[in-house]
Design a protein around this ligand. Structure first.
Ligand code: AMP
Length: 177
């Protein structure tokens, strides 16, 4: 693991988007190619230990940045999970609660098919509601979510517990936030 090469590239922003939230801004990591590369290498090393998957679902919007290189590395289809109103075709939807507020995720119909084994990728795991919405969408499509990969896990919010029995890999853990 190369955590020292990228951990400091993440910017903590207090009280964003609402008071009390310590927002982990990973866009500053994406702006540093050495840090970005070291982080992607570590993420792939962890994903290699997950059960086999044949599709990646990347979450709107920072998950998209991870999904592209991962889909090319593993040579599997990349499916974009988007917020409502963004997909031009019919979609499969699921609403959920966030650490701050409510949201809905949506994927295009026929992007996930019966029997697919899906890996979900996002920047951060907090309560797990966002990734869980994809678990539910995959179930609606008669497919299975076999794993989830994130850069950051906020341990106190127990997202990993909500997602059980799905295997979750994360690179950086924050406690007490
Ligand atoms: P959750 O559904 O509670 O696991 O929240 C995860 C989603 O919300 C991810 O897409 C994150 O980008 C975003 N998010 C939640 N909390 C934070 C935070 N403290 N810093 C940055 N992003 C966050």
């Amino acid at each position: 693991m190369n955590i020292d090469k990228y951990q400091d590239s993440i910017t903590n922003v207090s009280d964003f988007p609402i008071k009390g939230i310590q927002f982990k801004d990973i866009t500053t990591l994406f702006e540093n190619p050495d840090a970005f590369k070291a982080m992607m290498d570590d993420l792939i090393e962890q994903i290699d230990h997950l059960p086999e998957f044949n599709k990646i679902v990347a979450l709107d919007a920072r998950g998209f940045v991870l999904g592209g290189p991962l889909a090319l590395h593993y040579h599997v289809p990349l499916v974009l999970a988007r917020k409502p109103g963004k997909l031009p075709r019919e979609g499969v939807k699921q609403s959920y609660s966030l650490e701050y507020g409510q949201n809905t995720m949506c994927i295009s119909q026929n992007s996930i098919n019966r029997g697919d084994k899906v890996l979900v990728v996002d920047d951060l795991l907090a309560t797990g509601g966002t990734i869980n919405s994809i678990v539910k969408i995959t179930e609606k499509c008669d497919a299975t979510c076999v794993g989830a990969a994130v850069i950051i896990e906020l341990d106190d919010l127990n997202g990993r517990e909500l997602l059980k029995p799905i295997d979750v890999v994360s690179l950086l853990h924050y406690k007490g936030e």
